[in-house]
Write a protein that binds this ligand. Sequence first.
Ligand code: ZN
Length: 186
Amino acid sequence: MWYGFRVKVLPRTKFGNPILRAKAEKVPLSELKTKYFKNLIERMFYTMKQAHGIGLAAPQISKSIQLFVAQISPTKLRPNLKPLPKTIAINPKIIQQSKEMEEDWEGCLSCPTIRGKVPRHKKITVVYYDEFGEKQTVRLEGLQARLFQHEIDHLNGNVYVDRMKDMKSLMTLSEFEERILKKRKK
Ligand code: ZN
């Protein structure tokens, strides 16, 4: 994707930064049309892609506002991933969640060198506003549901390690790539 010369990678906050532990402020929908906001979204996508992430929440780039961007594309190692088109979620809220939980691996651009197994609700329904201020209601499962739960956690001052049941699954990225990523088929 060509972004032109204007777009620059935003510096990312890392685990330990208090902004990742704060509850983010709601975004006034009147701000969505501003140049500032459009530029912010564009830079967040660019920053996420440069870091090979699938989601990035505003507190991760030092903005304590309720906004995240996300996009899932199938990869060579995971060709069967259900794609998620470019998504901009503003003031998102989980309004329904399945009792059934599912455990799977997660990482975070605020601590990119580790991975851990995190239980999440298998299915969720989320309400959010898109970049045009339109209200969206989506039912999600699998990785998409996991991703939304991870990002919404960021907006509430939580990170995925808070949700881990067993810290023994924590791995460095290189061990994860060697032991898990190469062997998974999903
Ligand atoms: Zn994260």
